[in-house]
Design a protein around this ligand. Sequence first.
Ligand code: GAF
Length: 406
Amino acid sequence: MTGTPDTTHRQTTTSHPDRPVGPVTERATAGFSTEYGGERPAGVWAAPGRVNLIGEHTDYNDGFVLPFALPQRTVVAAAPERGRRWTVWSEQAGARISFGRADAAEPGRVTGWGAYVAGVVWALREAGHDVPVARLAIASDVPLGAGLSSSAALESAVLTALADLGELDLPLADRPALAQRAENDYAGVPCGIMDQSASLRCRPGHALFLDCRTLAVEQVPFDLDAAGLAILVIDSNAPHRHAGGEYAARRAACESAAAALGVPALRDVTVDRLDAALAQLDDETVRRRVRHVVTENQRVLETVELLHAGRLAEIGPLLTASHASMRDDFEITVPEVDTAVETALTAGAYGARMTGGGFGGCVLALVDAAAAETVASTVAESYARRGFRAPSSFTVTPGGGAERIG
Ligand code: GAF
């Protein structure tokens, strides 16, 4: 990074607890006061991570997804700043950075976690908004690197805070694309639009049925408690293996397959036309990638129908079929997640699948609420027998999207 002090992104290391103590909102607010000379923030905003119930690697194929928001959130305490630099403290990073307009004008000038914050400023300014300069303090309960969208939670919390502080005219429906732009074009991560949509648009007690082509959303009731069910999230704790490069490779394979088939995106291949489409493709690997996307879109539609009919437990086989498709056709699972799925099923889950981009991360299992603990401990025992790092598990109910909380 180059430039005069006024345009240089600076970083200061600050102390951070190994295990943060206390509720996340208080940590962000207290962090704000400590970092900024005892001042109080002008407001506090929060945005959640997400679990994707079903519809994996379909978003960048213009397809369908069905995520819901986690109760775990990223919290931003913020206040407007009279100076010319944004200053951001992160509890997780144990660091404070600052950047000016020139940094926010040029993707790549702010790197690491700060790129997700500077990227939001950049995307808002690119869209013509007068973004307020601000001081921010960030704390989060969303596990990092677990495939639960900690980066989308960060972008969404910062975007919501800046939009409110600056009273920007920015309809909710337009916000996910801006957060995605921050990630794609500033941070350089070629993700689709699912995670930002989930973090910004989910509602409590519902899953978000999103058409990634039209960006139409439908809030689908997903009342696990009423059905006596639970979603158990099992963090495989598997180290991510080449996730970035493999994600980009899957995306490229899908886009080249769509071009070869003469359609704008794989969304345009429906299940009844799948065999004919596969017959047009020479490469066996590409055929399997296409089969995953096309069948996964269909599984999302069938899941939505079952949820509408109140037949929650019956989505289990669709979840498990989704996992098999990710394992065999899209080839994005690893032994730890396959083991978690197989063990959860043996222990009585109605269905289970990896959730998120893959190559590690979390598995979700649909279980009877009363069986959640047994399923979690059976998976832990099976990990121990195989010599895998111990998994961590928790149950979740669908939470709400980004909002002002103080
Ligand atoms: C990651 C990406 F960020 C999403 O856009 C989506 O593609 C997902 O992987 C796979 O479904 O979370």
